[in-house]
Write a protein that binds this ligand. Sequence first.
Ligand SMILES: [Zn+2]
Length: 336
Amino acid sequence: MAAATYAGAVRAGTQAASRLHQRLGLRPALEAGGGNVDVFGAIQAIDLPLLLRPLQGLLGAFLINPVPGVLVTTQRPMAIQRFTAAHELGHFTMRHEPSLDDESILRRMPMASAPAEDFQEVEADAFAVEFMMPRWLIQLHSARQGWTVDDFRRPNCVYQLALRLGASYEATCWTLVRHRLINAALARELQQTPPRDLKVALLEDYRPQDYRGDVWLLTERDAGTRIDGSRNDLFVLRLREHSGGGYLWDIDQLKSSGFAVVRDALEAIDGDGIGGPVVRRVTAAPGEDRRGSLQLDERRPWETDPLSRWQLDFDLTGPEEEGLSRAERRRLLEAA
Ligand SMILES: [Zn+2]
């Protein structure tokens, strides 16, 4: 059933993922509103039974008896859960044999280095890569952020791309290689900088309890998009402020959306800086209500009409927990 060569398996998995993307019509929504590919939403859309469980020694599984279904662990970060779910979705889509999947699905990411005799697994991995991180989605995020291929030399940039794709930093590095946007030597070099170091740098003098959560660097370019993250994540908002003209970002709006402002500072943009625009840099932690819409206005405190308005939708309820997936919960909330 599976392909007979490594290259054939990668091709088969990639094509199956593209076909499912088309069938589900996922691209237009991503082009319009940004965000990542909703893997769990896709599983729900095709009515594939899903169980989220604390699995021992496994990331996930694809079963066919009595009916096809997939299992995904609750004990790993969201990026790993998403990759595992996409891998299992690949097994189902390609009518594979049942599979119990451990960490090796992640280790296989560094491509053809190890002789992969099990081409069914290579197909499922290629499916997962293409389903979560198609080249056009990387290009879409890059265009929005103003990134060029040269920017993929910067760990910071690749980390922010990884967050927007909903993938791990490591998986993102290897996917850039697969799409021939960087070479393997650079991917290895990028991984010399662990995400923790990037988080420490982004947070400057703010020290969270731990560095498990991700740190989203959000700018004007993220306006109108959708952020899908986890409970411990933090936002660093970096917004140009025309304070010389008396315009200030209304940080109270962050607080009324439930965020705690843990750091608030100004950066001058150019040399003299007097009266010119500055950059407001605000670090915020989500409150109890981890889903919603965040709107900030830049206005003169004595005026009601804003000079500019920045808005995004966020869902920081990951990772997936036991029971219904977040996609299923969202669907139920919307129906209510
Ligand atoms: Zn597998």
